[in-house]
Design a protein. Structure first.
Length: 104
């Protein structure tokens, strides 16, 4: 493959060449990814499995956790006990309450 003599290209032409090369790289990566995915699907089917069975569900959503604590001042505010403590929990703890006092 004969490459262009880039030393004689203008800056504008070099930038255009870079853009075209990057677009071609992205296109080839997509094609390679699709071909590899098709190959994996075919191999899984050959073994009598689906790709989801082999890899598990990708991006499966977590189930919501039931709330364990409720704000006595505003029953609509709840917390599961996971993650960062809500401000109302922090305020209640600072005021002398225990976490068990907020249990549902």
């Amino acid at each position: 493959m004969a490459l262009p003599n880039i030393s004689k290209l203008s800056v504008k032409d070099l930038n255009q060449l870079i853009k075209e090369a990057q677009a071609t790289i992205q296109k080839r990566k997509r094609e390679q990814k699709k071909a590899l995915l098709d190959k994996f699907k075919a191999q899984a089917a050959k073994e009598g499995l689906s790709l989801d069975e082999v890899l598990g569900k990708a991006g499966a959503k977590r189930q919501k956790v039931a709330p364990k604590y409720r704000n006595p001042a505003d029953p609509a505010q709840t917390w599961s006990g996971r993650g960062r403590k809500p401000l109302w929990v922090i305020a209640a703890l600072k005021s002398g309450k225990k976490l068990d006092d907020l249990s549902i």
